[in-house]
Write a protein that binds this ligand. Structure first.
Ligand code: SAH
Length: 363
């Protein structure tokens, strides 16, 4: 049954929804000693296990109850697909209410990036994005977001990903959903992902990227958090007329406001902002748009990621001609703007940018 037909229900509470002090208070409330929360955190974030049988430092009589209350299973892997010799793996997850989300692990020489979902579906309705077509089912909880990273970390630690045992080094909120539309849970997840082991997973805060359509007030709020996470802005057009169509929330917050918020974020965080630009043939890839984009971005702390459009089923759009994309790149470079062409890892398994569309798959 498609996800839209489920009544979306709130997932059970999990220790990864809570900060360290809240976990201890919760253990106490449940009638256990406070330090049990720290033991469970160590099992989950350091040993990457939620199996009560493995928790031999917790009295056998208390294990089951504690694990049930603080480490409920939130996501069940429904399907696993891999390509690139196993170095790209997409997982389709079923949540406790039957919602589906996807995450993608990408191993490169020297780093492993987990691309995670922040919502089941998405309410932003970008017409070129597979997730945007399905609409929003619900926000994920912080623990459901963290669980995607823990699963990747577990697979790496167990040596299941070719290249030997490894760790998650980067986390990008570029899966399903608009992270800044699920602000508090995403922030809580970022803290769990980046808090030092065993309170969290110990990923560097600088190695976390939050990608947004440009929700201006939330960008301002994020700037005030004082977290050095990277902000990525999905621009896709240098002019409001076209962006109104490609990123409909642009009707609410125009390009100038979004970029002002982005530059303020860069100043507050000390990090360059990434600008994402999906190259869509004859739609946004003209020379004049490259020049217009260059004018908007010149002299700002920015890095442009050009992404060849991954056409979604039934899409009226396709990727830019490689020669046209190369010329677009050169025009930006000539204006001194750092630019890279994003690879299309995971394309064969529908795991590439914008292709995550678990909601439309039959269960
Ligand atoms: N909602 C957030 C994060 C999700 S998607 C955001 O919009 O930024 C991560 C990136 O993939 C965004 O830049 C998004 O615009 C882009 N994207 C979506 N669909 C795509 C597609 N079909 N081809 C290429 N990039 C796509």
């Amino acid at each position: 049954m498609p996800v839209g037909q489920h009544a979306a229900a709130r997932p059970p509470q999990h220790l990864a929804d809570l900060g360290p002090a809240e976990r201890r208070a919760e253990a106490e409330r449940l009638g256990h000693q406070r330090f049990r929360a720290d033991q469970l955190s160590r099992h989950y974030f350091a040993r990457l296990t939620d199996d009560p049988a493995a928790m031999t430092d917790v009295p056998a009589a208390a294990r089951g109850a504690l694990a049930e209350a603080l480490l409920p299973r939130l996501l069940t892997a429904e399907r696993e697909l891999s390509c690139d010799g196993g170095q790209t793996r997409k997982t389709l997850w079923r949540a406790t209410d039957g919602s589906y989300v996807e995450s993608v692990l990408m191993r490169y020489p020297g780093r492993v990036t987990m691309c995670v979902s922040s919502q089941a579906g998405c309410g932003m309705a970008c017409p070129f994005c597979a997730t945007g077509q399905a609409g929003l089912t619900r926000n994920l909880s912080a623990a459901e977001i963290v669980a995607q990273v823990v699963a990747g970390a577990r697979a790496l630690a167990a040596g299941e990903v070719p290249g030997g045992p490894g760790r998650v080094s980067n986390v990008v909120f570029m899966g399903m959903g608009e992270p800044l539309a699920n602000y508090s849970r995403v922030l809580s997840a970022v803290r769990r992902i980046t808090d030092p082991v065993p309170d969290g997973l110990g990923v560097s805060r600088r190695a976390v990227t939050i990608s947004t359509v440009g929700l201006v007030p939330a960008i301002g709020r994020l700037a005030a958090e004082g977290l050095p996470v990277r902000l990525a802005v999905s621009l896709h057009a240098p002019d409001d007329e076209l962006r109104d169509e490609l990123v409909p929330v642009n009707k609410r917050w125009k390009i100038a406001e979004v970029l002002d918020a982005a530059w303020a974020y860069a100043a507050a965080s000390g990090r360059r902002v990434s600008v994402e630009y999906a190259m869509i043939r004859d739609v946004n890839d003209q020379a004049w748009r490259a020049e217009a984009l260059a004018r908007l971005l010149a002299s700002h702390p920015v890095h442009v990621n050009l992404i060849p459009l991954n056409p979604t089923p039934g899409s009226r759009w396709t990727a830019s001609d490689p020669g046209v994309a190369a010329e677009f790149t050169q025009r930006l470079e000539r204006r001194g703007i750092p630019v890279t062409m994003r690879d299309t890892r995971g394309r064969e398994i529908d795991g590439a940018c914008g292709q995550l569309a678990a909601a439309s798959r039959p269960s």
